[in-house]
Design a protein around this ligand. Structure first.
Ligand SMILES: [Zn+2]
Ligand SMILES: [Zn+2]
Length: 103
């Protein structure tokens, strides 16, 4: 994990945690979907969450056997970015975990 400046909300750059994810051959999105949450000691699963947020938005949640998850289990928020096709990252939306999306 490293810290980088990113402007995730168009309101100015702020420091965010950035996680390098394991590349998956020929499928950049697979590297950031249904994989273990990269935040230390979290243990949940990173899931697709673009419906209300846009392309590349992900959260971690406790996924059950049939692939569903409860909203109440959502813990970490991320924006997927790709430095290139071999270097997927998840930028952590600390701002949105606190319920303050426009910081
Ligand atoms: Zn997590
Ligand atoms: Zn945010």
């Amino acid at each position: 994990m490293q810290h980088e400046q990113h402007d995730l909300h168009g309101t100015g750059a702020a420091e965010h945690e950035v996680y390098d994810m394991e590349p998956v051959a020929d499928d950049i999105w697979a590297a950031v979907t249904n994989v273990p949450c990269p935040v230390k000691d979290c243990g949940q699963t990173v899931v697709w969450y673009e419906a209300n947020y846009g392309p590349g938005y992900r959260v971690c949640a406790r996924v059950t056997g049939n692939g569903s998850f409860g909203q109440a289990t959502i813990r970490h928020h991320f924006q997927a970015r790709f430095r290139n096709s071999r270097a997927p990252t998840l930028i952590r939306h600390e701002c949105c975990e606190r319920g303050v999306p426009n910081e």
